[in-house]
Design a protein around this ligand. Structure first.
Ligand SMILES: *Cc1c(COP(=O)(O)O)cnc(C)c1O
Length: 212
């Protein structure tokens, strides 16, 4: 746990940027420590792990849970039931299914659509062209509040390359009139903020090394 990094970053970021504390791989006690310092947004990338933590922390009503991991179709109902934000909707089919399930469950999650801006084979996401082509249909899905886009940059890029990709995400979001860009992690959050992020997703820089 690196409380001084947490406080330093909290102080540095502009008021337009929200800090999502990515607690995947970290313990309940660590969530409680920064929750006591006023951190209410937490991100998890595996349903089961996140749900366990939610059960234990259910009395902390001010916590907002964000799902940021790869979405398996058979987990969509559980994700919709238990997460207020979903940052990692990476295909039209999954969005459609989330919408149908949300309607049945009477939920309305805030959604950020993950976009694939580089050729990284490990990264999923909407192809920007397809997103634009299908946008009128996408906009009409019921019971999903699409507020923005999300992207994950490949590892090992220069600061300049990170900035270029983040700016692509920002301008795509702007062209669709979406306010949010969820981008920037422990290694590249500064470039993300300079490029117009509204959510940065930080794990190891505030919690330390993940225990696997
Ligand atoms: C793990 C993860 C993060 C946080 O990564 P760190 O490098 O620990 O800051 C952010 N976003 C997503 C989607 C992640 O899976």
């Amino acid at each position: 746990m690196n409380i001084s990094n947490y406080l330093k970053i909290k102080n540095l970021i502009p008021s337009t940027v929200n800090l999502l504390a990515v607690s995947k791989g970290f313990k309940i006690q660590e969530i409680q420590i920064i929750n006591n310092l006023g951190q209410n947004d937490f991100g998890e990338s595996k349903f089961q792990e996140g749900f366990q933590k939610q059960l234990i922390l259910k009395d902390l009503e001010e916590i907002n849970w964000h799902f940021i991991g790869r979405i398996q179709s058979n987990k969509i109902r559980k994700i919709v039931q238990n997460f207020k934000y979903i940052h990692s909707v990476d295909s039209y089919e999954k969005l459609e299914k989330i919408s149908n399930v949300s309607l049945e469950e009477m939920k309305n999650p805030s959604i950020m659509l993950q976009v694939k801006l580089s050729k990284d084979p490990n990264k999923a996401g909407f192809d920007p062209k397809l997103l634009i082509d299908k946008w009128l249909e996408i906009k009409e899905f019921k019971n999903v509040s699409i507020t923005g886009l999300m992207t994950i940059n490949p590892k090992g890029l220069s600061s300049h390359e990170n900035t270029a990709l983040f700016k692509k995400c920002r301008s795509l979001a702007d062209s669709l009139k979406l306010p949010d860009c969820s981008m920037g992690m422990s290694e590249d959050w500064e470039e993300a903020i300079d490029s117009g992020a509204t959510w940065i997703r930080l794990g190891s820089i505030i919690f330390g090394n993940r225990i696997k």
